[in-house]
Design a binder for this molecule. Sequence first.
Ligand SMILES: Cc1cc2nc3c(=O)[nH]c(=O)nc-3n(C[C@H](O)[C@H](O)[C@H](O)COP(=O)(O)O)c2cc1C
Length: 167
Amino acid sequence: MIEPELFLKFLKGRRSIRSFQADPISEKEIEMILEAGRWTPSASHRQPWEFIVIEHKELLEKISKNAYYGKFIKEAPVAIVIVGKLNISPKWHVIDTSLVSMNMMLMAWVLGIGTCWIGAMNREKVKELLGLDENDYLLTVLPFGYIKGDIPDPKPRKPLNKIVKNV
Ligand SMILES: Cc1cc2nc3c(=O)[nH]c(=O)nc-3n(C[C@H](O)[C@H](O)[C@H](O)COP(=O)(O)O)c2cc1C
């Protein structure tokens, strides 16, 4: 097991990274990130997801043009698209895939690899670029790469006494 204080420190230390070195990340590291996704819990254990690994620079550039706050995707050597399958879990696919995304982001951070959830994009256009259909919910495109520059300072969080109710 992981030492609790260390784990909390690790969670607090994770940052969204928006600038990447061009160096590729290894197949082993990509596999570990995918494994972290695969082992995510899901409602009724339906695992309503698919992961698309993109290493094709041109495709990343096209996606980047359609990501409103994610132009930096094109800098990353690899990205993973997380897709929710509506037919497998019509009710929970968004929540289940969101948990996948968190697992992948945390795995990346342990590996010293930066990433950032890209939510704001022209979904219809990106789905078309990826050959996805109406059964596919495009959750996010996570870019992955070694961190370029300094790790950003943490953004302040709401204090516990503002968000916790004791009853
Ligand atoms: C659902 C979701 C969507 C997000 N979409 C974007 C996005 O489109 N572009 C971006 O740069 N960051 C995006 N982010 C990252 C947040 O801005 C970031 O997590 C937040 O500012 C806190 O910073 P931290 O991750 O470094 O702690 C998104 C995060 C989440 C959870």
